[in-house]
Design a protein around this ligand. Structure first.
Ligand SMILES: [Zn+2]
Length: 80
């Protein structure tokens, strides 16, 4: 899987909030967030996802994507 560093996460979260991320990039960022204490302290991924869902509440794909991302985060965290 693609790896990102903390700086890329910082940029990626901003792009994510503007729906400019591809699913693959989003996965790389969420994987980093799930495993990086530094970023975890800065970004609450559930809050970020909720903002995305609220902004695009009529768009089912956004909510479905958020669901998949949360599933992915949970599976990553369970494997630690
Ligand atoms: Zn980080």
């Amino acid at each position: 899987m693609k790896k990102v560093n903390c700086e890329e996460v910082k940029l990626g979260v901003h792009e994510f909030l503007h729906s400019e991320l591809h699913e693959q990039e989003l996965e790389a960022i969420t994987a980093h967030l799930a495993n990086c204490d530094s970023c975890e302290g800065h970004y609450d991924i559930e809050v970020i996802l909720n903002q995305v869902i609220q902004r695009s509440c009529d768009e089912a794909p956004a909510a479905e994507l958020a669901d998949r991302v949360m599933d992915r985060i949970r599976s990553i965290q369970q494997h630690d």
